[in-house]
Design a binder for this molecule. Structure first.
Ligand code: BG6
Length: 468
């Protein structure tokens, strides 16, 4: 394991989301989400046929789970409000849903855990999805309305707010690559959903500022955006075409959001290339003024792996969609075989330097980082505890890069590990386990600490690791 020392005022916590933890999918007036729609239609798409219904039962166990996080030395917890739980089919506040989140926030406050609240984690209400989802401006307005209700309902209880988690993922997974329901493979449709999500984000920021100006949101509250700004790299000694692939990959996945949240604009060079390549954005008069309101107070950076690209072998697909880059497999890459993701801790340092140099003054934190491992049961010792030394190694190496970036002047304020307690993860369901704490599916979802939990407790409390 790597050694590091983090600042005293650095926060240390856990990240999760409502749809991946709560379960109780029909309780308290919750309405169906797009994930329930997919699960109802094709449950076999989900690992072991475990659809979106169960989470890890946080809905019923939130008090115990929050105490468990506290006992691990953690000081903060990011989750998301489920749009489907807070708002009913007619766009009205669902009082039972609101009461649940009030209870969660109160329980956290009581034991000294700060709750970070995200408003959207890929979980659109099914009825809005069926009305066009992110392809519809009506849905963009519905999201802004939901955000308004949330800020006004919980504005005195929550200090750290976020509009979206990984807004690049639905455009990619649902519309460009066709991996998630409704399995569309159309670059232009994907880019238009990305554009509409950018408008939705900006409208939500406007709602936040309005509610704050009216005294309905705390004065010291902050709004941010969380994204997986996977640092892009290309091959050594790149050709011009490799560098062009890098520019567009970085432009669409990272600079798009970074410019939006710092300048309130979208990168002109990217929009120009998209237009040249026939990707028509459905813009409307007045959009620029909306986007201009999308600037935030700080950023969350979800980091699992870097993005390595090279010049594409062909410029378009058979059906005429533009291709801007092909994946590049670095010969020296270290791979997490369960997930197929490269392990490259240095990406955190590089992102830290990018922020310091190109977006000076912008504060950020690591909002997700973690290692998902399949079939962890094979690592149990005689007492039944999972011996996950690989997780200690992974996290310590990443934290060492964070410490390095801070030493070199990057304003990184904290670290949230993804899924301190195992949870459900979209089509992968419970395949890859991320937790420091196991959720035993065979024994009533019982929580059990893995070996790494003791290490985490030590690090979270002391902010340092002495290595081996
Ligand atoms: C992040 C998402 O990108 O990756 C989480 O924000 C997700 O929602 C996590 O659970 C891990 O993904 P997976 O597919 O490996 O379980």
């Amino acid at each position: 394991m790597a050694s590091f020392t983090l600042p005293r005022d650095f926060f240390f916590g856990a990240a999760a989301s409502g749809p991946q933890t709560e379960g109780a999918y029909k309780a308290g007036g919750r309405i169906a989400s797009v994930w329930d729609l997919w699960s109802d239609e094709r449950l076999t798409d989900f690992h072991n046929c475990v659809g979106s219904y169960m989470g890890n039962d946080f809905y019923h166990r939130y008090e115990d789970d929050l105490r468990l996080l506290k006992s691990l030395g953690l000081d903060s917890y990011r989750t998301s409000i489920q749009w489907t739980r807070l708002v009913d089919q007619n766009g009205q506040l669902n009082p039972e849903g609101a009461a649940f989140y009030h209870r969660v926030f109160a329980a956290a406050r009581e034991i000294g855990i700060e709750v970070f609240v995200n408003l959207y984690h890929f979980d659109m209400p099914a009825h809005l999805f069926l009305r066009g989802g992110w392809e519809s401006r009506e849905v963009v307005e519905a999201y802004a309305h939901y955000a308004r209700l949330a800020f006004r309902e919980f504005g005195q209880e929550v200090r750290c707010w976020f509009t979206f988690n990984e807004p690049i993922v639905e455009p990619d997974n649902r519309y460009r690559m066709g991996e998630w329901y409704p399995f569309v493979k159309n670059f232009t449709r994907g880019t238009n959903t990305q554009y509409n999500i950018s408008l939705a984000h900006s409208l939500a920021v406007r709602e936040f500022r309005l509610a704050q100006a009216e005294g309905l949101v705390r004065d010291n509250a902050r709004i941010g955006l969380i994204n997986c700004f996977a640092p892009p790299y290309t091959r050594e000694n790149p050709t011009d075409a490799d560098l062009e692939a890098l520019r567009m990959t970085d432009g669409i996945s990272n600079r798009w959001w970074l410019d939006l949240v710092t300048e309130g604009t979208l990168p002109a060079d990217v929009l120009e290339t998209l237009a040249d390549r026939g990707v028509a954005l459905e813009t409307r008069p007045g959009d620029e003024a909306i986007l201009a309101q999308g600037t935030v107070d700080w950023l969350g950076f979800n980091y699992y792996h870097p993005e390595r690209v090279q010049a594409p072998a062909r410029d378009t697909t058979e059906d005429g969609q533009p291709v801007f880059a092909d994946p590049y497999v670095w010969p020296e890459a270290e791979i997490n075989e369960s997930r197929g993701w490269e392990i490259y801790p240095r990406g955190l340092y590089d992102f830290g330097m990018k922020i310091k140099n190109e977006y000076p003054g912008l504060e950020w934190f690591v909002s997700e980082n973690g290692m998902g491992v399949e079939d962890e049961g094979k690592f149990r010792d005689a007492s039944g505890q999972i011996q996950d030394d690989y997780r200690i190694d992974f996290v310590s190496r990443h934290l060492a890069e964070v410490a390095h970036a801070i030493e070199d002047g990057s304003p990184c304020r904290g670290y949230h590990y993804w899924a301190v307690i195992d949870n459900w993860s979209w089509a992968h369901a419970f395949k890859n386990r991320y937790g420091f704490v196991e959720v035993d599916l065979e024994h009533g979802l019982e929580r059990r600490e893995k070996k790494s939990a003791a290490w985490l407790r030590q690090v979270a409390q002391t902010h340092e690791c002495k290595g081996e």
